[in-house]
Design a protein around this ligand. Structure first.
Ligand code: ADP
Length: 525
């Protein structure tokens, strides 16, 4: 701390950034890149043409122009350049933006090394903006805040500030606390906005700026559960492309990939752990010939690449110029949720962890719901697990382009009958509501630690019985709380319209079993 950079006078132009900056980082979970630099701030001066002479060559002189209008970004993480077009930097380094028109990648000049090239926009924040504070977490939910704070390395008093989910101008302060009867837990305090632009937790202590408020509570708890001790460590944001070379193309050069070990066997080919340029970990799905038409697949992959959310596995690109087609994805170290649940790691998951996974899957699906994209094959086998029980959905959109008859609702032995809603099996009516049905089945897989749904029943029988109103009973082998079983039943409502939305499911699991917001109790100084 001590590096409070957003505390300028309230009349300064930067003061605006304290509340809602004009220049915002590309949110990791937004599909569309939303930079807000005014047009007149973005021209390239001095030969800054994309692909021509970029890459931070020392001989390429950056010709300074009046810097007033050019935003300065400060690095929030370290970054190692991945190809000839990008610039390495360390946390805290300052860079001047010369072009922000290329989506996730900002073209910058590093103010110390003078290197010029691209940097990932979500690794930096506008200087003096609230986003550049170590304690500010722009894109996390309450549940994720709790998960991060409860990490063992964090002492009592570790904290973060995040935008309030319910009050557009407010924030929430989340603090790790310890009490004898509860052990470690997280308390959340509302930071409310004042009409004149200031902030407060308690009405008798108001602050002009968010960082003033945070600073004050680092010195004195003033009635919080604990003085604010240290900002929570921020996890590295996801990279959506392998490198800047791939920012606008996604046919990956096959020679840049090495396949190191087989991770598993998918329905359509083998899946490998590999490295791109001997450096970046990737998962490579190889598609058996004839699984799908290359043209249809490429069309679908182009759509998939546009859908970006932290709960969806990132698609880096494809190698489609020769067979077998490769799909190159973000590598998830713990493999599929189904395998994970059945093996040792997953067996140790406690109820809270299961709720957290249910929440993450609902959150990824909420995003697809908002984009009107249907998954069609949502199941524990299509959710991948990374470190710290991070869950991400994969294979969204793929089911549509599969040409294999075995995958066809009417005839295929590989068609996931037990996961598919009756209207989708019988009439081919796939919708986000049929995904909600599948989500209910996934919940059953999750809370039974990977049991096969409708155990011992053949698929054909399941279709007939479900059509007649039969539903999987509450398991006797595992403890599934009544209210979660009720959610499953709601997902399996015969009438698709009556099934919950993913938005509802996300909120439901996010709020499940958590301590409610702590009413502020002022104690004397
Ligand atoms: P398919 O969809 O073709 O049936 P899957 O996606 O199920 O193939 O992949 C098969 C196995 O490969 C999974 O069970 C998982 O263990 C592994 N796998 C797939 N994708 C990844 C990934 N991105 N990261 C890590 N492991 C993966």
């Amino acid at each position: 701390m001590g590096n409070c950079c957003c505390c300028g006078g309230r009349s300064s132009p930067q003061a605006k950034h304290d509340i809602k900056p004009d220049i915002i980082r590309n949110p990791p979970d937004s599909q569309f890149i939303d930079n807000h630099f005014p047009k007149d701030q973005t021209p390239l001066s001095g030969g800054g043409v994309v692909g021509g002479g970029v890459g931070g060559r020392p001989d390429e002189r950056y010709r300074p122009t009046p810097t007033k209008s050019r935003p300065i970004m400060v690095a929030m993480y370290n970054y190692e350049a991945r190809d000839s077009q990008d610039v390495s930097f360390k946390k805290g380094d300052r860079m001047e933006v010369v072009d922000d028109s290329e989506g996730d990648w900002l073209k910058v000049v590093h103010l110390v090394t003078k290197e010029r090239g691209y940097i990932p926009g979500n690794y930096v924040a506008a200087e003096q903006s609230v986003e550049s504070e170590d304690w500010f977490f722009e894109n996390i939910s309450r549940k994720e805040a709790e998960k991060l704070l409860l990490s063992e390395d964090n002492p009592r008093g570790t904290f973060l500030v995040r935008p309030s989910e319910h009050n557009p101008n407010g924030y929430s302060l989340s603090v790790k606390d310890w009490e004898e009867y509860r052990g470690y837990h997280v308390k959340h305090y509302k930071i409310k906005p004042l009409d004149n632009g200031g902030f407060y937790i308690s009405t008798n202590k108001t602050f002009d700026k968010l960082c003033d408020l945070v600073n004050a509570y680092t010195k004195n708890a003033y009635g919080l559960c604990h003085v604010l001790a240290k900002p929570c460590k921020k996890p590295q944001p996801p990279m959506w492309d392998l490198g800047p070379t791939y920012r606008d193309k996604w046919e990956i050069n096959r020679d840049e990939l090495i396949l190191i070990r087989r991770l598993g066997r998918g329905n359509f080919g083998e899946v490998y752990y590999g490295k791109w340029k001997n450096n970046i970990e990737v998962a490579v799905k190889t598609l058996r010939e004839g699984t799908m038409s290359t043209a249809a697949f490429l069309e679908e992959a182009a759509i998939m690449k546009k859908f970006r959310h932290k709960k969806l596995v990132a698609l880096y690109g494809v190698c489609s110029e020769q067979e077998p087609i490769y799909i190159v994805q973000e590598y998830m170290s713990k493999g599929s949720l189904l395998d994970f649940l059945r093996k040792d790691d997953g067996k140790h998951l406690v109820f809270e962890d299961l709720i957290y996974i249910a929440f993450q899957v609902a959150s990824g699906m909420e995003y697809l719901e908002s984009k009107q994209l249907i998954h069609r094959d949502l199941a524990a086998r299509n959710v991948l697990i990374g470190e710290n029980n991070i869950a991400k959905i994969c294979d969204f959109g793929l089911a549509r382009v599969i040409e294999d008859n075995e995958y066809c609702p009417k005839q295929g032995s590989r068609f996931p009958v037990k996961w598919t809603a009756p209207e989708a099996i019988i009439y081919g009516k796939f919708s986000i509501k049929s995904d909600v049905w599948s989500y209910g089945i996934l919940l059953m897989e999750l809370f039974t630690y990977g049991q096969v749904p409708y155990p011992a029943m053949p698929g054909r029988e399941v279709v007939d019985l479900v059509e007649k109103g039969y539903r999987m009973p509450k398991p006797t082998t595992h403890q599934v709380p009544d209210e979660i079983y009720q959610i499953m039943l709601n997902c399996w409502d015969a009438n698709p319209e009556k099934r919950p939305t993913f938005e509802f499911l996300t909120h439901y699991f996010e709020g499940f079993n958590v301590t409610s917001e702590v009413p502020y109790r002022e104690v004397p100084d």
